[in-house]
Design a protein. Structure first.
Length: 245
């Protein structure tokens, strides 16, 4: 409750966020500490939902172009309404996956946090959300929808996809050489059936040339212990360029 109150107070104190509050959308201020010192010109917001992270990114990187990806119809509609007058924000109503196809997505009652292509496992027990239906969504590799020459460095790729992180990372393989920073929500326990866990995500990103920079916003459950956290990675290419400067 105190964290929610703190987010609301900060949102009320910053005019950049007021339009979001008009739509009942609060920025993802909990990510500010991890991302505020980065120099970013392009943001790829995968799992954009209603625009919570894009609101924060607009505040942190006012000169950046933001490309957002949200497959579900209802949050995508709310996103479009919120950013209708922002020329530097573009929404693609699709999900990111390893191949072009239509697939079923489980829709949860906790719309902002829990809808997933994977079926919930411990998610419901720990966080209290439940699945209320299914929606057919369109998915594909990120470069199926966005030309690579649209990405200006430095680039931040954010992934928040409720257990589908490994598939999304593989679906971004053509884009990853252009990404400087990657910010991913990862799980230590199986919240969704057959999901990849944090150690598997770390291993895959190491293969793609990314190093872990920090872990933020870790949630611990009284019974399960550490459950989920946000992981910040930086490409080895970007780290080498910083050292050489």
């Amino acid at each position: 409750m105190l964290k929610k109150m703190g987010k609301l107070v900060e949102a009320l104190s910053n005019p950049t966020y007021w339009n979001g509050l008009r739509y009942g959308i609060t920025p993802s201020i909990e990510h500010k500490l991890a991302l505020q010192r980065l120099n970013i010109r392009t943001v790829l917001d995968v799992g954009a939902n209603r625009g919570q992270f894009t609101l924060l990114a607009q505040c942190l990187y006012p000169a950046a172009t933001i490309y957002a990806f949200e497959p579900l119809a209802r949050p995508a509609e709310q996103f479009r309404a919120l950013f209708a007058d922002k020329t530097n924000v573009q929404l693609f109503q699709v999900g990111i996956d390893e191949a072009l196809r239509d697939t079923k997505m489980f829709v949860a009652d906790d719309h902002h946090a829990s809808s997933s292509i994977l079926k919930a496992h411990k998610q419901s027990k720990i966080f209290g959300s439940r699945e209320t239906g299914e929606e057919t969504v369109h998915v594909g590799r990120l470069n199926d929808f966005l030309r690579l020459d649209c990405i200006r460095p430095p680039c931040l790729l954010k992934i928040d996809v409720q257990g589908y992180e490994l598939q999304v990372i593989n679906g971004c393989r053509e884009v990853l050489p252009l990404v400087d920073y990657l910010y991913v929500e990862c799980c230590y326990v199986e919240l969704y059936a057959r999901q990849a866990l944090a150690h598997e995500i770390l291993r895959r990103l190491e293969e793609f040339g990314f190093a872990l920079r920090g872990i933020f916003n870790q949630h611990c459950d009284p019974e399960e212990g550490p459950v989920i956290a946000d992981f910040l990675f930086q490409s080895l290419r970007s780290m080498a360029a910083v050292r050489a400067a």
